[in-house]
Ligand binder design. Structure first.
Ligand SMILES: Nc1ncnc2c1ncn2[C@@H]1O[C@H](COP(=O)(O)OP(=O)(O)OP(=O)(O)O)[C@@H](O)[C@H]1O
Ligand SMILES: [Mg+2]
Length: 393
């Protein structure tokens, strides 16, 4: 027996690099990216067989705190030579958070599906914290008002089961397929045009039920990948109510989506902010602006009534730190136009058309382009996350 064989096997030495390498396998459950790639591992300290890892979370009240701690401890604990792991949880500052969101967006871009959209086209997802606040009415009239400025606007009806755009815009299918790609239904408005895709063109308004077997996200992906959108300046996406699969699917497949949050004056701003913030955080999307709908009613005598309360749009805008880009009054012509396929924004002599023209103007000129927003995404995020904290408590 040689001298060497009597010794216990040498314990491999753990290095900080080996720990970092191992942590590449640990993925943030919401952002679907490695903690290392996201810059969430601040420091690794190795003292003999004891490893201490500093993890920085995006928000202090991160609901996944426990899971992240456990994942880190268990992954590092599996490394040969590690006897004990201490996971120290901290919270990111605004700059770190901004850098994290930029990294998460870049990673998401790499995973995005191939959509036939010019790189310059802006994608505006019209969302809300609650159903029935007027997302579809706003989407249609905003699209028409943008088209009236001479722009070409894609209008994607992402409300797969509850589609309403074909009726509201007075357009009908079926979609034509050319060279393996579906062609949106195009309607000219002034010098511009709106190009629409909706489940309504595939199934007819009454038999949507038939499509329930089709996965929601598959349908959305189909509309993104297999449609020849062509040269559009904007893609307005009318979202279904809520903050579910379709919203997250769009964020994943088309990460350049920005959100326009529709609210009514009486809705609790904090609650809506919480939902919007949640959507923005999970999908790492930007909130481009807030639109208040049904804000007051002016009767035939010129008297104004605040039927649904007041100030909700402004309060929400303040909560999430995004601009209030429009206030659309309650006007019967919006509802009638929606039912008859003649959007209210078309009647250029009417006051309501002026409101939508103004909204389109602000969307086109005042919402900072994506690139300029990079620097203030930390502020936006800090605001939306503060709102999220408040609404969670
Ligand atoms: N500014 C307005 N003035 C009058 N009626 C409006 C206005 N905005 C929306 N409506 C009406 O309110 C109802 C709900 O609007 P809409 O369908 O656009 O909401 P939604 O948020 O898309 O709903 P859902 O969550 O079900 O998709 C419709 O009957 C619509 O005509
Ligand atoms: Mg709708």
């Amino acid at each position: 027996m040689t001298h060497d064989e009597t010794l216990p096997a040498a314990t491999p030495e753990v290095t900080a690099d080996a720990v970092l390498d191992a942590l590449r396998d640990v993925v943030d459950p919401e952002l679907h990216e490695s903690l290392v790639e996201l810059g969430m591992i601040r420091n690794v300290e190795v003292t003999g067989a004891v490893v201490a890892v500093d993890v920085a979370l995006t928000i202090a009240s991160c609901p996944l705190r426990g899971q992240i701690r456990e994942d880190v401890a268990s992954r590092v604990g599996r490394l040969a030579g590690v006897a004990d792991v201490e996971v120290r949880i901290g919270v990111m500052g605004a700059e770190e958070r901004s850098a994290l969101m930029a990294r998460a967006r870049r990673a998401a871009q790499q995973r995005a599906v191939a959509v036939d959209l010019p790189p310059s086209a802006r994608v505006l997802g019209v969302v809300s914290g609650k159903g029935g606040v007027g997302k579809s009415s706003i989407s249609v009239n905003l699209a028409v008002a943008l088209a009236s400025r001479g722009l070409t606007v894609g209008l994607l009806d992402a409300d797969i089961w509850g589609f309403s755009i074909p009726r509201m815009l007075g357009v009908d299918g079926p979609l034509e397929v050319r060279g393996m790609k579906m062609q949106p239904i195009e309607r000219k408005f002034g010098a511009g045009a709106v190009k629409v895709v909706s489940m309504g063109f595939l199934s007819g308004e009454d038999d949507a039920i038939m499509w329930r077997g089709l996965m929601l996200n598959r349908a959305l992906q189909h509309f993104l990948e297999d449609v020849e959108w062509g040269r559009v300046d904007y893609l307005v996406v009318d979202m279904p109510p809520g903050t579910g699969d379709v919203q997250m699917g769009l964020a994943r497949m088309l990460p350049r989506t920005e959100l326009l949050v529709v609210t009514t004056p009486g809705l609790a701003a904090q609650k809506v902010a919480g939902r919007a913030a949640d959507m923005a955080r999970k999908g790492h999307l930007r909130i481009a602006g807030v639109i208040e709908n049904m804000s007051g009613f002016t009767c035939g005598h010129g008297e104004r009534y605040e039927l649904f309360g007041s100030g909700g749009g402004q309060r929400l805008a303040e909560e999430i730190g995004a601009p209030l880009v429009g206030r659309v009054p309650l006007d019967p012509s919006v509802a009638v136009g929606g039912d008859t396929g003649a959007p209210a924004a078309l009647d250029t002599a009417s006051p309501i058309a002026a409101v939508f023209a103004d909204l389109a103007e602000r969307v086109a000129t005042e919402i900072a382009p994506l690139v300029d927003l990079e620097g203030c995404s930390a502020r936006l995020l800090a605001n939306v996350e503060a709102a999220l904290d408040r609404s969670a408590s």
